[in-house]
Design a protein around this ligand. Structure first.
Ligand code: ARG
Length: 298
């Protein structure tokens, strides 16, 4: 089904009408050996240039890597690149898909910031080695698209939630919807601290999402509530400073989240999730946390 939805009256399906998708079994991680804050392209990076403790960052990342393994995911580790201090945020350079017949496809991003454009061909190589079918956005036509930072799969359903406004332009979603034959529900982002959808919107399972509601328009909130029977809202401190909504729930049960999100964790536990806390303090200085430090793959 090809379609970009921007208002609730355009939704003519329910969750159960949508094609099922498998749960990802692999995770791609980029080694943070060259991670650094070298420039400022989001408000969280301000005041942090040159302040990363590389040793601590590495330890934080290794703990996450081990946790994915303990969850039973196959970890595909990719080396970092010296010229690209943000490459560790490997949710951003691509958006993968798997079709009903098992074909693996990927759309490569057009990064918004010039400093990050060179990461895309490096990640592309990883997919090339794993026999993916490629699609590219015409850079003359589309301003920018930052992969799974903004385009997030619903859990186990053929539906994409597409954020736009800061790093991704809405017009890319027509093409993505067409290439993946998947409906996209587009959500406008309204607060520069929440510059990617994955900073304020975290799909936990088919029925549950955790959001920072103030980062959306009224229309966006209606769209979210129309598809998710359970919406957990987060407070300003946990969402903006601890990146609570940049958590990830790879199996619909276990949630990996930055340490200290007390209210969010309680709400998730009450909803039946198992919460695992991680320290991603060094990565928060760059405006990223758990979700964007990985790419789930099939
Ligand atoms: N410093 C990186 C940037 O601004 C952080 C990216 C975090 N990614 C994310 N999907 N939230 O591009």
């Amino acid at each position: 089904m090809k379609k970009v939805i921007t208002t609730t009256d355009q939704i003519d399906f329910t969750l159960s009408d949508l094609e099922d998708m498998p749960v990802p079994e692999k995770v791609m991680l980029v080694n943070p050996q060259y991670f650094e804050v070298k420039y400022i392209i989001n408000p969280h990076m301000e005041g942090h240039v040159g302040s990363i403790d590389k040793q601590v960052a590495m330890e934080e990342w290794i703990r996450l890597k081990e946790a994915y393994r303990s969850l039973g995911l196959y970890v595909h580790e990719v080396p970092g690149a010296k010229e690209f201090p943000d490459m560790v945020f490997c949710a951003n350079q691509s958006l993968p898909n798997i079709t009903a017949d098992g074909t693996k496809q990927v759309v490569m991003s057009v990064m918004n910031a010039d400093q990050r454009k060179g990461e895309v061909p490096l990640i592309e190589k990883v997919y090339r080695d794993s026999s993916y079918e490629f699609s590219y956005l015409d850079e003359d036509k589309f301003q920018s698209f930052e992969g799974m930072g903004d385009a997030i799969w619903h859990f186990k359903k053929r539906l994409i939630w597409g954020g736009y406004g800061y790093r991704t332009s809405i017009d890319v979603y027509d093409m993505i919807s067409e290439i993946f034959n998947t409906p996209v529900i587009a959500l406008e982002l309204t607060d520069p601290r929440f510059y990617h959808l994955d900073t304020c919107f975290c799909v936990l399972n088919e029925e549950t999402v955790m959001i920072y509601s103030k980062a959306f328009t009224e229309e966006g909130l209606q769209l979210i509530h129309s598809m998710f029977p359970k919406v957990i809202d987060t407070n300003d401190h946990e969402a903006a400073e601890l990146f609570a909504c940049n958590a990830t729930c790879p199996d619909g049960k276990n949630v990996f989240i930055q340490k200290g999100c007390t209210e969010a964790n309680q709400a998730m536990r009450e909803a039946g999730f198992t919460v695992h806390e991680f320290n991603t303090d060094e990565f928060l200085k760059s405006g990223g946390s758990v979700f964007c430090m990985k790419m789930l793959l099939w």
